[in-house]
Design a protein around this ligand. Structure first.
Ligand SMILES: [Zn+2]
Ligand SMILES: [Zn+2]
Length: 445
């Protein structure tokens, strides 16, 4: 072992659920370099300090730990996997821990992993028979896993010789030896307990570890459960339902949409199962998970066919903003009717009137005012046009009747017939005076 280089190593079982736990990898590293874990750790610390004089992370206790069991989500795990990954040239060392769940679960990581080792005696016997290296699987560290998923044998955590719990690894990194009495950990097959039924949450944990192992879950969505609950509550609110403790009874603590703390890992597993979704889906895509949970929920609710969805509260605010922005316009052509606004918002006119009655009335008056203003301007324009020529030629072969005058204004200016007729009346009055105008109009009829 030189001062700058370590043997390149990579974890066993990458890509499947039997991926190695970080502590086990570290023991293999110590054995590969023919040193004790303590010596390796001291050496690593010196090496890191020389390489990164400014980085004080190696000063922390983490690299002084004689027997690291690091595989959870704490900051020390991140630091140490980083150092060891750098030393061995292994870039996927985070997969041997549960670090990728860090953004989504309670930061203290309490009860995420076992305090000490746990192993499957059948796996141990198998690898000793085949002379392949025995290693601790990451999945054995999760307390919900009571049996080896491969052999259905109950995991063991105590030395069969001295009875001590294996809180550490063997000081030389021998995976199959007791850390206290240094004798073999392999127990008699007659003592193995076989459980044919999978423990609760075993399936979910296997899938989760498999995803971490394959690199599909490198980082969970930040506060994934919070995102999920918010979306789920949003879906339920239009039909007037809320997430209540009566609907989803979680052990000890009720479901609560206002809950601010991130759940612990076991709590999260329980709730995922209660909602009928997979924890891996929740960590990766909480929005999609909320959708599928709602599909299940709506199927379960058996809603009557004629139930009307309640409009969400946000729509009331949206409608208010829309009406206010329309009120600031003064061009009649750009002012939609209330029915059109309601249609665009996906609500009824009655909804607008119910929530913003005063504003709707104000808008209707505003729109009428704008329409009148526009009509006034058009009448003025048409009158001007008529006075500039056509009215003087009336009556004639070209304009035998008043309708022909109006028609000319419509053709020339593109105004409506009603506007044109009013303009003809005004133009007549201006050209011939009130009495003459009335006479001519009557004559025209
Ligand atoms: Zn096994
Ligand atoms: Zn022992």
């Amino acid at each position: 072992m030189t001062m700058t280089e370590y043997f390149p190593l990579s974890p066993i079982g990458v890509g499947n659920w039997e991926i190695e736990a970080f502590g086990s990898f570290y023991c293999r590293m110590a054995r590969a370099h023919s040193v004790s874990i303590y010596v390796l750790t001291t050496h690593l610390r010196t090496w890191w300090r020389q390489k990164h004089p400014d980085d004080d992370s190696a000063k922390k206790n983490v690299t002084n730990a004689m027997n690291p069991m690091l595989r959870s989500i704490g900051p020390n795990v991140a630091t140490f996997t980083n150092i060891v990954g750098d030393a061995t040239g292994c870039t996927i060392l985070e997969r041997t821990t549960l670090l990728s769940l860090r953004p989504a679960i309670s930061q203290n990581g309490h009860a995420l992993v076992r305090k000490g080792r746990a192993w499957c005696p059948a796996c141990m016997a198998e690898s000793m028979e085949s002379k392949s290296p025995f290693y601790d699987r990451l999945i054995w560290a999760i307390p919900a896993i009571k049996n080896c998923p491969a052999h259905k044998v109950a995991l063991e955590s105590k030395c069969p010789q001295c009875g001590y719990s294996q809180a550490h690894y063997h000081h030389l990194g021998h995976m199959e030896l007791c850390c206290v009495c240094k004798r073999p950990l392999l127990s008699e097959p007659s003592r193995w307990e076989v459980a044919f039924h999978p423990a609760p949450y075993e399936k979910e944990c296997i899938r989760l570890v498999k995803q971490i192992s394959a690199g599909d879950l490198t980082s969970a969505v930040d506060d994934a459960y919070g995102v999920f609950i918010k979306d789920f509550a949003d879906y339920l609110s239009p039909i007037g339902l809320k997430i209540s403790r009566h609907t989803y009874r979680a052990p000890r603590r009720p479901q609560n949409a206002r809950e601010v703390t991130r759940p612990r890992f076991m709590t999260l597993l329980r709730r995922c199962v209660a909602f009928g979704i997979d924890p891996s889906d929740l960590f990766l895509d909480p929005v999609g998970a909320a959708k599928s949970a709602c599909l299940l929920e709506f199927a379960r609710l058996d809603l009557p066919a004629d139930i009307k969805p309640r409009k969400s509260v946000e729509l009331v605010g949206l409608a208010l903003d829309r009406l206010q922005s329309e009120l600031s316009k003064s061009d009649y052509d750009q002012l939609p009717s209330l029915t059109e606004i309601a249609h665009q918002l996906g609500v009824s006119k009655g909804f607008l009137n119910y929530h913003h009655g005063d504003l709707c009335a104000k808008y209707a008056r505003h729109r009428t005012g704008c329409r009148n203003k526009k009509a006034g301007a058009e009448i003025e324009r048409s009158t001007h046009f008529l006075l500039s020529g056509p009215i003087a030629q009336y009556p004639s072969g070209k304009f035998p009747s008043l309708d022909h005058l109006a028609e000319a204004a419509v053709q020339e200016l593109g105004v409506g017939v009603r506007i044109a007729r009013i303009a003809v009346g005004v133009a007549l009055k201006k050209q011939f005076g009130r009495r003459e105008a009335t006479r001519r109009r009557k004559a025209s009829i």
